[in-house]
Write a protein that binds this ligand. Structure first.
Ligand SMILES: Nc1ncnc2c1ncn2[C@@H]1O[C@H](COP(=O)(O)OP(=O)(O)OP(=O)(O)O)[C@@H](O)[C@H]1O
Ligand SMILES: [Mg+2]
Length: 503
């Protein structure tokens, strides 16, 4: 790529929070029409840097230039007026309002006497939705949309102005493959119009597919910028975490015990049908399939969040009735949910309490929940999961996105369940911590836990599982042992093509 005047430039940005030097003299720029990736471990400072650029945080030191003009960003509205729009890691939509109201929030079209011009609002919104190729319309209530569709609304919000630069902070964390294609098209369009794109993601394959340059932060410091075409995953990882990763499967073979959890002919309406499988103590059973194949719904049914329409659940050979998560927890089943932000955390509470408080209010044994033991549990999982926080007193809402996720994972692990179900365990987690979480899953199995891992990432499922259940459209297509599984037969199975059917 030829040298061009950057559309945006940050120079020597310092940002501190109590006890944290989140950014320590970071410089960064984006050129017109380029996709510039910002990478780094959880807590490295990526979102903070973008919040400085987006007018959310004032920097302690440093300067922002737009087309080489020194600029002070005082608020997100002002940043947007200057053409800098931000698609956040944490969705910030109003669930009770319509898609149109969310997209034009704070800038609703008005008629005389300040009345909202609803007709214009809906047509303008539908125009934007059309470019995003979505199935909902301007009047849909945002609260009724899936997380992925809410993400699309958030993206729609960025398109109400003619942007100079668009910041995507982990936009694909909850998108399906089809939605990703749409997103990448949207990005390519913006690029073609000369917009500069800043793209934050932990997913290497995306980074190498759509970006031109990669800049890396580590512990709040700038580590360098690489041209994507001239580098590779290993070099980027090195820069991010200071070492390479061994991604081969650890062949820690250990003895397996009896069947811990068995499911027979389990169905739940149209979500999944006649599902049977068993997981033994000491085993990691992977569930792989496309988003919507029914994997999460099976987990939710076992955990008592859904009522099955048919079938049985057996624990240690005994049929059990699970009508609520309280039943499941009492029986020794934990579920680390897919949507951890909503289901797993109290953002205003400190790290220790989030990790050690019982998940269900009914299980609380009284007001005396805080003592040294809880701090010890927190410390143990902070070390195990490498959670970056100045201490247990920090409010969880102030942690970086990935570190918040680690708190939820720690919380469920600290309950020492017999059967642990983890849904997308490493979504939003940086590559280094990802391999730590994989090791932890293998370690838990070695200690005799029965672990179910639901994942949409093939390398992850192949890496951690002893056996893999391939699902398609609510049904189990095939169960593979680690020896017989290959990338090819796994892809075939989750597309609904079984080798038998092909033959
Ligand atoms: N409002 C805040 N108050 C206190 N500390 C904060 C606040 N916002 C961020 N931090 C801290 O600043 C550091 C950088 O956080 P940031 O959210 O920028 O990380 P990140 O690189 O985006 O990580 P992730 O990949 O997990 O999203 C972290 O240590 C975080 O805890
Ligand atoms: Mg972040």
């Amino acid at each position: 790529m030829t040298e061009q005047t950057p559309i945006l430039r940050l120079e020597g940005i310092v940002k501190t929070f109590p006890g944290v030097r989140a950014l320590d003299g970071v410089s960064f720029d984006v050129r017109p029409g380029e996709v510039h990736a910002l990478m780094g471990e959880n807590g490295a400072g990526k979102s903070t840097l973008m919040k400085v650029l987006g007018g959310i945080h004032a920097p302690n030191e440093g300067q922002i230039f737009i087309a080489e003009e020194p600029t002070i960003m005082t608020s997100p509205i002002q940043a947007k007026a200057k053409g800098v729009v931000f698609i956040h890691q944490e969705l910030s939509l109003a669930g009770e309002l319509s898609v149109a109201e969310n997209i034009f929030l704070g800038e609703l079209p008005r008629k005389s006497f300040g009345r909202v011009d609803w007709a214009k609002l809906y047509t303008d919104t539908d125009k934007i939705l059309k470019t995003l190729n979505v199935s909902f319309n301007a009047r849909t209530r945002v609260g009724d949309l899936s997380i992925a569709n809410q993400q699309m609304v958030e993206i729609g919000r960025a398109l109400t102005v003619d942007p100079r630069a668009v910041i995507f902070d982990e936009p694909t964390a909850s998108l399906t493959d089809a939605e990703k294609v749409v997103l990448f098209d949207v990005i390519a369009d913006l690029q073609a119009r000369g917009v500069g794109i800043i793209y934050i993601s932990h997913r290497m394959e995306e980074i190498f597919k759509i970006t031109d340059r990669i800049s890396v932060l580590r512990d709040g410091q700038y580590r360098g910028t690489l041209n994507t075409a001239e580098t590779n995953e290993d070099a980027v990882t090195q820069l991010m975490i200071g070492r390479s990763l061994d991604l081969s499967r650890n062949e820690s073979s250990h003895d397996m015990g009896d069947v811990a959890l068995e499911v027979r002919g389990l169905s739940c309406g149209s979500l999944f049908n006649d599902v049977s499988f068993a997981v033994r103590k000491g085993e990691v059973l992977g569930f792989y399939g496309l988003v919507g194949a029914g994997r999460t719904e099976i987990a939710e049914t076992i955990f008592g969040l859904r009522t099955p329409s048919a079938g049985q659940i057996l624990l240690n050979g005994q049929e059990v009735r699970i009508t609520s998560p309280i039943d499941a927890i009492r029986l020794g089943i934990s579920l680390v949910p897919e949507d951890r932000k909503d289901q797993g955390l109290v953002l205003g509470m400190n790290c220790r309490d989030n990790m050690t408080l019982p998940q269900i209010g009914d299980l609380t044994t009284g007001p005396f929940v805080s003592n040294g033991a809880e701090v010890a549990i927190f410390d143990q999982y902070r070390d195990k999961l490498d959670i970056r926080t100045p201490g247990w007193r920090q409010t969880v809402g102030n942690l970086s996105g990935g570190n918040q996720q680690k708190i939820v994972i720690g919380k469920w692990l600290s309950m020492r369940p017999e059967v642990l179900i983890v849904d997308e365990p490493t979504r939003g987690i940086d590559v280094g911590s990802k391999s730590e979480i994989h090791n932890l899953i293998r370690e838990l199995a070695a200690q005799g836990y029965a672990v179910i891992v639901i994942s949409s990432e093939m390398p992850e499922v192949l890496h951690v599982s002893d056996r893999i259940v391939a699902m398609f459209s609510g049904a189990v297509m095939r169960t593979f042992t680690a020896e017989e599984v290959t990338e090819d037969n796994l892809v075939q199975a989750i597309s609904g093509i079984t080798p038998q059917k092909v033959a």
